[in-house]
Design a protein around this ligand. Structure first.
Ligand SMILES: Nc1ncnc2c1ncn2[C@@H]1O[C@H](COP(=O)(O)OP(=O)(O)OP(=O)(O)O)[C@@H](O)[C@H]1O
Length: 303
């Protein structure tokens, strides 16, 4: 029964002085990219390591397709992971590195060239690992994680060290893998990238769940007041009108200002009534970064 769900149930990890993960529960669905987000020290890496049985939970459990990773008969077919940019013997070529991993896991050699192709490393397959850039190492890490053709992929900060072209490539690859029905769980600090990459997000802070759900729902369901960006040559008049209407206005760089508490139609009406000329009037959609900061404010204890 390889349904590809990751189920985290009441998972807790206590170290001597810190509870890294605190009664955390969430479900990650197949066929979707799920972003795993949280401020520094939130417990993301510890959670991913517990899912992969690299760290033993203090209590609770995590399963992939109903199995604990350590109980999987063929772990590399159940889930592939990169927890840090891949490490290989410096003098070994990417191809030889993958062949050794494949052989150790009883996987066919043919998978090696297939995965090198998938990540665009075929031209560099015979180069030694010591000359690889960070971006190439990330690609090799993905090739390694994909060797067993796993139903589930778990990636900790895979965009680290990638240039814009690399990030775009990674986005296409991960979205494509989810479209094939795989489960893709990816942690990242890059909120704007997550907003375009992820279908769902799980947000944690201080080891606990803050929220989970489809990105659109989380971004759209924020409690924030409407925000409108404007540019006007009649700033003094606009500031007075906005304040009289009970809203606030702040400079936003580039001659523009952001009004909080009024949507674009309301600002348009105010301007019309006051004979105020507008050169720009834009609804500022809340973005994932805003919602994230709002939801995790005060919970980002430095620890
Ligand atoms: N082996 C360990 N021993 C003691 N404390 C640990 C250990 N591993 C993690 N921690 C602590 O657990 C907390 C969570 O760490 P974790 O690395 O899981 O967070 P994170 O969300 O991945 O953070 P970041 O985004 O900064 O990588 C931190 O306070 C960290 O210092």
């Amino acid at each position: 029964m390889s349904n590809g769900q990751i189920v985290v149930s009441d998972l807790t990890k206590r170290y001597k002085n810190v509870t890294a993960v605190d009664h955390l529960s969430f479900v990650v669905e197949p066929g979707r990219v799920t972003g795993f987000l949280g401020p520094n020290g939130a417990g993301k890496t510890t959670t991913l390591r517990m899912i992969l049985n690299l760290v033993t939970p203090t209590s609770g459990s995590a399963t992939i397709s109903g199995l604990r990773y350590s109980d999987a008969p063929e772990p590399l077919r159940l889930a592939g992971a990169i927890l840090e940019a891949s490490a290989a013997h410096k003098g070994r070529t990417a191809r030889n590195h993958l062949r050794i991993v494949a052989a150790a896991a009883g996987l066919p050699d043919a998978q090696v060239d297939k995965m090198l192709e998938l990540v665009g490393l075929t031209p560099a397959a015979k180069r030694k690992f010591r000359g690889y850039s960070l971006g190439m190492k990330q690609r090799l890490g993905i090739a390694q994680a994909m060797l067993g053709d796993p139903q589930v992929l778990i990636l900790d900060e895979p965009a680290n060290g990638l240039d814009p072209e690399g990030i775009r490539w990674m986005r296409g690859l991960l979205k494509g893998l989810a479209q094939q029905g795989r489960t893709v769980l990816v942690s990242s600090h890059l909120l704007s990238e997550m907003e375009v990459l992820a279908d769902d997000v799980v947000i944690i802070a201080a080891g606990r769940l803050v929220t989970q759900g489809p990105v659109e729902q989380i971004v759209g369901g924020g409690t924030s007041a409407p925000r409108t960006r404007v540019r006007t040559p009649n700033l003094t008049e606009l500031v007075t009108a906005v304040r009289t209407a009970g809203a606030t206005i702040q400079p936003n760089g580039n001659d523009s200002h952001v009004i909080t508490g009024l949507d674009a139609p309301a600002v348009g009406r105010l301007a019309l009534q006051g004979g105020i000329e507008l050169h720009e009037l834009v609804n500022e959609r809340p973005d994932l970064e805003h919602v994230f900061l709002e939801l995790t404010q005060g919970k980002a204890a430095i620890r």
